[in-house]
Design a protein around this ligand. Structure first.
Ligand code: OGA
Ligand code: NI
Length: 349
């Protein structure tokens, strides 16, 4: 059993602590993407409607028959296991820091509480261009590149292979989401040229006090959309929109969990909402998960899409710069926050 290695600042404030009882019935929708593999020239409207319903009711859904080869999933999962099994000193050689924002970290901080996890982040575009500072008028840019560990030696290749598959799935899903909002299929595509997307390998070690800690505190994803691979242990919980209950996401073999992030909430002018979720830990089993965070270019201005705004339905957000938001978040990773981190609701009109 793991020992309490951290100072007890992993102890979650009482309202965030996991409840022991979890609800398993009525989970998030499971959607079969196989119609996409048929290559019809017309969209499959039944599928589009299912995606739209899931985005509206849950902000979350699972997909099967998504086209990502099983071998690619297996390779990334085993590379992640190999990496996190290394001694801490070895993993720390690939630590992220203020200059290198990607790499390994022992813990993540959510709202000033430590999460019971280790992570390894890698960015997708090489290099990824972001703003160098969070000052609104400072237009200086900087380039971010990845920091690869020595072991396992194929981690870089495997992550690159995995992200190539994720890109294909990203555009399929963005197409379905755009269609479900009554927009052309490729309406969102151009926003992701020079994307700031990144992927994360998550390792949740067994926790001696799972009722006091969370693997990941409740949060919403700030980007456009997240595609998550989880193993068969489970721990992800989604806040059900209808009643605010935390709903356990039952692991489905070979599936991906998809959720809309804050940017789709703004673009859709609140037609779709980014939903809170969290991860509970367990005293027996370690857990691995791999989220792929889809983010636009640093120079994209985020505001409700003009096609979805009218006199009857005015914009609910003032615009904001994705790049400045991203810089503020990324640069704050190294500060222990005493106040709430920047959030999309700060831009609500
Ligand atoms: C995240 C996240 C869920 C998981 O990293 O934003 O929600 O199951 N992860 O690891
Ligand atoms: Ni998340």
């Amino acid at each position: 059993m793991a020992s309490l290695e951290f100072e007890p600042d992993f102890i979650q404030p009482i309202e965030h602590r996991p409840k022991l009882q979890i609800i398993e019935e009525d989970g998030i929708p499971l959607i079969d993407l196989s119609p996409l593999n048929l290559n019809f020239s017309e969209p499959n409207w039944d599928l589009v409607a299912k995606i739209g319903d899931a985005c509206r009711k849950w902000g979350f859904f699972q997909v099967i028959n998504h086209g990502v080869p099983a071998e690619v999933r297996e390779r990334i999962e085993s590379a992640a296991k190999e990496f996190f099994a290394l001694p801490k000193e070895e993993k720390r050689k690939a630590s992220r820091d203020q200059v290198n924002l990607f790499g390994y970290s022992d813990f993540e901080i959510t709202k000033s509480v430590r999460d019971w996890k280790e992570i390894f982040d890698c960015t997708i575009e090489n290099p990824t261009v972001i703003y160098a500072s969070d000052e609104p008028d400072d237009k200086e840019l900087k380039e971010l590149t990845n920091k690869w560990p020595e072991y396992p030696p194929d981690l870089r290749d495997v992550c690159e292979m995995y992200s190539a598959e994720m890109q294909k799935l990203t555009y399929k899903l963005l197409g379905l989401i755009a269609l479900s909002m009554g927009l052309p299929e490729d309406r969102l595509h151009s926003l992701f040229k020079n994307q700031t997307s990144f992927m994360r390998l998550n390792y949740y070690p067994p926790c001696p006090a799972p009722e006091l800690a969370l693997g990941l505190g409740r949060h919403k994803d700030a980007g456009a959309m997240t595609i998550l691979l989880q193993d068969d242990v489970g721990g992800l919980e989604v806040k059900r929109k209808s009643d605010g209950e935390w709903i356990f996401v039952k692991p489905t073999p070979d599936a991906y969990i998809v959720n809309v992030g804050d940017l789709i909430q703004v673009w859709s002018n609140d037609k779709y909402e980014s939903v809170e979720h969290r991860v509970t830990v367990n005293s027996q089993k370690e857990r691995f998960s791999i989220p792929y965070f889809i983010n636009p270019s640093h120079d994209v201005w985020i505001q409700p899409l003009e096609e979805l705004v009218s006199e009857q339905s005015p914009a609910k957000y003032k615009g904001y710069s994705w790049g400045k938001f991203y810089a503020t978040r990324k640069l704050s990773n190294f500060k222990k926050l005493t106040t709430e981190n920047i959030q999309v609701h700060h831009f609500k009109l």
